[in-house]
Design a binder for this molecule. Structure first.
Ligand SMILES: Nc1ncnc2c1ncn2[C@@H]1O[C@H](COP(=O)(O)OP(=O)(O)OP(=O)(O)O)[C@@H](O)[C@H]1O
Length: 202
């Protein structure tokens, strides 16, 4: 069976990933499925995530090591399950748009390990810090400063198949550029290059 294409959107919160994904869903030609890590966690593990957050908040975690525990033991395996689900969908021939904030080397490496033998179009969804702050204030459903706190980690990668600045492009224009790339049958090389380099664990 032909593997489905994975369009991997890399950008901070409020950079416009969901808006681009929604536009891509309108392109019947590729019949995309949208998988967002937020929805995946909320729908499948809502109560469980609440339990983890509550346990973390009540734990005495003044030192950084203690704060890492829930990530290492619980969250990272759930993130792996998310990427495994993407891999499974691609293996079943489904075209998938992946919407996630990839802000740690461990997670990126897990995703490279799981997906590098699948066709991944790696797309940088970029935006200035000023515009991200403006959007956060406007939308009101995200903590102000969240995007800035993710910025340096998310945009530490400079290897993309396609880079889209959502400050100068509308979401539908971004989606059209992605579709044009897919139609062109150009090779996707960014993920391969990243996986050969294997991102150093910070
Ligand atoms: N190309 C764009 N031009 C102008 N505004 C945009 C653009 N893309 C998204 N926005 C606006 O930015 C806000 C955040 O967009 P969106 O939900 O798509 O971001 P996101 O990256 O999915 O965020 P999150 O990760 O927090 O869910 C929305 O209010 C949206 O209308």
């Amino acid at each position: 069976m032909k593997q489905g294409t994975i369009v991997f959107l890399n950008g901070t919160s409020s950079s416009g990933k969901t808006s681009i994904s929604n536009e891509l869903l309108n392109h019947n030609e590729f019949a995309f499925h949208h998988v967002s890590i937020d929805d995946f966690f909320k729908r499948l593990f809502g109560d469980y995530i609440d339990f983890i957050n509550t346990t973390c908040a009540s734990a005495e975690s003044a030192d950084r090591k203690a704060e890492q525990v829930p990530n290492d033991i619980l969250i990272d395996p759930l993130v792996e399950l998310f990427f495994s689900t993407v891999k499974f969908m691609s293996a079943k021939g489904m075209n998938v748009v992946v919407d996630t904030v990839n802000d740690s080397d461990e997670r990126l490496n897990a995703c490279l390990r799981l997906l590098s033998d699948h066709p991944v179009l790696f797309v940088g969804v970029t935006c200035s810090k000023e515009e991200l702050m403006r959007r956060e204030k406007l939308r009101g459903d995200r903590e102000i400063g969240l995007a800035i706190s993710q910025y340096d980690n998310v945009y530490r990668l400079h290897e993309y198949d396609l880079e889209l600045n959502t400050e100068t492009l509308r979401s539908d224009e971004c989606a059209n550029l992605i579709v044009d790339f897919l139609r062109s049958n150009r090779e996707y090389t960014a993920f391969q290059k990243l996986s050969h380099r294997s991102v150093g664990v910070s």
